[in-house]
Ligand binder design. Structure first.
Ligand code: CU
Length: 147
């Protein structure tokens, strides 16, 4: 009986080890991914760094997570003394290039956040590319004071 449990655990470990490889996009990687939530009733903003180590230009066209009713690509713009946001249809990620989503600039806007969007939680966010590729990144949720 203990032998059977060990065998199952080994198989589970194998499945977990293989899964990230299946989801991986050649050359694309995400780092410093986090989401800031101020009030659970208000939209949350997501930030990350996306690197393209490949020789092929890529284009980010969308993002989604079950933790948000809708997740949009946004850009903060300062115009005429006012801050506002506009939607981005796509964001180029050049070959051997890096794109930053950071406070004051590009960000993911999480509309209708669920209770999962709470400080201390982590969220799986799927990034979608123009060529149909996807990349799943883990975002750490932080509170209002996070920078
Ligand atoms: Cu926004």
């Amino acid at each position: 009986m203990p032998g059977r449990i060990l065998k199952s655990a080994g198989l589970l470990g194998l499945i977990l080890a293989v899964r990230p490889a299946l989801a991986a996009e050649p050359g694309l990687s995400v780092s410093d991914a986090w989401m800031r939530v101020v009030l659970s009733s208000r939209p949350a903003a997501g930030y990350f760094t996306l690197s393209n180590a490949s020789a092929r230009d890529r284009t980010l066209v969308g993002a989604e997570t079950p933790a948000c009713g809708q997740l949009m690509l946004h850009r903060s713009v300062h115009q005429g003394g006012q801050d506002r946001m506009e939607m981005l249809k796509s964001v180029p990620v050049p070959a051997h290039g890096t794109v930053k989503f950071a406070p004051g600039g590009n960000h993911l806007m999480c509309l209708m956040p669920t209770t999962d969007v709470a400080p201390g939680h982590t969220l799986a966010v799927t990034l979608r590319f123009a060529d149909g590729g996807t990349l799943v990144a883990t975002f750490a949720v932080r509170g209002a004071m996070a920078k």
